[in-house]
Write a protein that binds this ligand. Structure first.
Ligand code: SF4
Length: 91
């Protein structure tokens, strides 16, 4: 069951450079499929992976997961930031 509150959420699309709704992301991929950046673009706003899993067939969801760009891993991002800071202090 889709949630109109979620589907009407807005953000700036990095590809278009303009505001879009989540609903647009569901049809903006090739052949009107889900955009492959949907996980990366929305993970900070709500549990997008779980939302899609509950609103797609298992085959569609697995296909999306195989091609989607994933959000950055928080731990590896923190480690990269610490390493960059250490390097700046050493230089
Ligand atoms: S998921 Fe795709 S269409 Fe939606 S904001 Fe990100 S890049 Fe734009």
């Amino acid at each position: 069951m889709t949630d109109p509150t979620i589907e009407n959420l807005e953000r700036r699309c990095p590809r278009l450079g303009s505001p879009i709704t989540f609903q647009y992301c569901l049809i903006s991929g090739e052949d009107d499929t889900i955009c492959g950046k949907i996980l990366d673009c929305w993970w900070e706003r709500f549990d997008v992976e779980n939302y899609l899993k509950n609103n797609m067939s298992a085959a569609e969801f697995n296909s999306l997961m195989a091609r989607a760009e994933k959000p950055p891993n928080k731990i590896s991002s923190i480690v990269e930031i610490v390493e960059a800071a250490k390097k700046r202090v050493e230089d």
